[in-house]
Design a binder for this molecule. Structure first.
Ligand code: C2O
Ligand code: CU
Length: 482
């Protein structure tokens, strides 16, 4: 592994673009600078109105026609474990959409996958998502159709389910997302043939909370929690922290007793919760991406105020209450991640039954672009010409422990995400990782990663790459829990 000069990074931390998004009210008070606006929903109904809202991104000379769920970028909704969500999606876009609650082990009917768990929400229509998240943690939500454009334009929100393990002196949310924009703020094509067929098409503007390397004030000498979310469609970062020792206390929202962060390979859709002790007044803690040759400063925490700390001990989060895997009886499945030679035909398939009982056998669109480049187990998610879902990759009896080997036969990394279930990452042939719970796992080029979970959530669930161009060009499938 390359050695970086961390001191040099810290020393260079003075010049920041305190670029603020204009046109939204998220940062009115000084101590809120760099932070996202948060709403505690506490059982109250909320409305997510998907619509175009132009805002000026940092460094752009003009506004960008973003698609957002609210007034500002990345609305953060918080609730306590046990409280329910009652969120109505109102579609004011010119195309259909839906909301998928990434990482939440909710009921299948609320999973937000068009044609698989619900009919798409057409322009002018609305859909009510009602469920109670079973686990505490850091989650997010996003559309699940034409995602490369809808997510690319900013349609993403954050969901935080608090448990009692809190008690941190501060809790900071950092959302990492790049934008494909030109100097005037106009969007560049979200998908390119070169990108889709390789590692994905990268953004031209990197932001954290919609800002370029924001500085965020935090209490000095305090024990704080930092929640990182990578909602970018493409970029894999290598996260490190300078100026404080950080402990990883949750991965994809799943708390555990933690370990000291060296660096962490952080792909699209992954979340990382850190605990760190802030320095004394004026000290800085720099969040850095070491993936490229030149480290990139993502955000800086600036210790302010001289108030004594309210607590000094390390936090241990409650682990998720997940069914214990019975590895002795586990059913072994292997899924090969590959390039697609050609889309196969799927004749005589039974109709798909939506969770509300409706049957659909003719699909007007399967939410895929016009060609397939990638496949899971030799089956690319079909292109528009196909009228049926492909067969399920696995059919699992409810309660079965599944041991799933993900074998990457391609020269590209794939962050693989499983819907409706939280899995344990058991082993990997390349990138060393401690055993941990997750909903998204990186599978490096030519790597073999083994995960396991108990298939205890009935329904039709997606499994796909979260490099959205790969997903949209075929690297997606589904499995059934009956
Ligand atoms: Cu965050 Cu199916 O995705
Ligand atoms: Cu991929």
């Amino acid at each position: 592994m390359t050695h970086y000069n961390r001191r040099a990074v810290l020393a260079g931390g003075g010049a920041f673009l305190a670029a603020q998004l204009t046109g939204c009210a998220q940062t009115s008070m000084v101590h809120n600078a760099g932070r996202l606006r948060e709403t505690r929903i506490g059982g109250m109904p909320i409305t997510l109105t998907a619509q175009e809202r132009p805002l000026t991104l940092p460094g752009a000379s003009g506004s960008t026609p973003l698609w957002l769920y609210g007034e500002g970028l990345f609305p953060v909704y918080r609730l306590h474990l046990g409280e329910s969500i009652d969120a109505t999606l109102v579609n004011r876009l010119k195309e259909h959409t839906s909301v998928h609650w990434h990482g939440v082990r909710g009921p299948n009917a609320m999973d937000g996958v068009p044609y698989v768990t619900q009919m798409p929400v057409q322009p002018g229509e609305s859909f009510a998502y009602r469920f109670t998240p079973p686990d505490p943690g850091t989650f997010f939500f996003h559309p699940h159709c034409n995602t490369v454009e809808q997510l690319g334009r900013g349609l993403v929100g954050i969901l935080i389910v608090d448990d009692e393990a809190g008690g941190f002196d501060d809790d900071v949310v950092f959302v990492l997302k790049d934008w494909r924009v030109d100097d005037n703020g106009g969007f560049l094509p979200f998908i390119t043939a070169e990108g889709a067929g390789r590692g994905g098409t990268f953004g031209t503007l990197r932001t954290v909370n919609g800002q370029a390397a924001p500085e965020v004030a935090v209490p000095a000498n305090a024990n704080i929690r930092v929640r990182l979310l990578n909602v970018d469609a493409t970029r894999v970062s290598e996260i490190g922290v300078q100026g404080a020792e950080a402990r990883v206390i949750a991965i994809d929202g799943n708390g555990f007793d933690g370990f000291v962060l060296d660096t962490w390979r952080f792909g699209p859709a992954m979340r990382l919760d850190l605990e760190l002790r802030t320095p004394s007044e004026g000290g800085k803690v720099v969040l850095t991406d070491y993936f490229a040759q030149e480290p990139v400063t993502l955000a800086t925490l600036v210790a302010t105020g001289s108030a004594p700390p309210s607590r000094g001990t390390a936090a241990v989060l409650t682990p998720p209450r997940l069914a214990a895997a019975d590895m002795a009886k586990a059913e072994m499945h292997e899924l090969k991640l590959s390039a697609s030679a050609k889309a196969s035909e799927y004749p005589n398939l039974p109709p798909i039954v939506l969770p509300d009982g409706r049957k659909i056998d003719l699909l007007d669109s399967l939410c895929s672009t016009t060609r397939t480049l990638w496949a899971i187990d030799g089956t690319p998610w079909p292109q528009n010409g196909h009228q049926h879902l492909p067969p399920p990759l696995m059919t699992l009896a409810r309660g079965t422990t599944v041991r799933l080997r993900l074998t990457n036969t391609t020269p590209h990394v794939h962050p693989m995400h499983v819907h409706g279930h939280t899995f344990k990452v058991l082993s990997a042939s390349k990138l060393k990782r401690p055993e941990h719970w997750a909903d998204t796992v990186l599978v490096l080029p030519e790597e073999r990663v083994e995960i396991a979970f108990v298939a205890d959530n009935p329904g039709n669930w997606m499994i796909h790459c979260h490099i959205i161009e790969h997903q949209d060009t075929g690297m997606m499938g589904w499995f059934r829990v009956v």
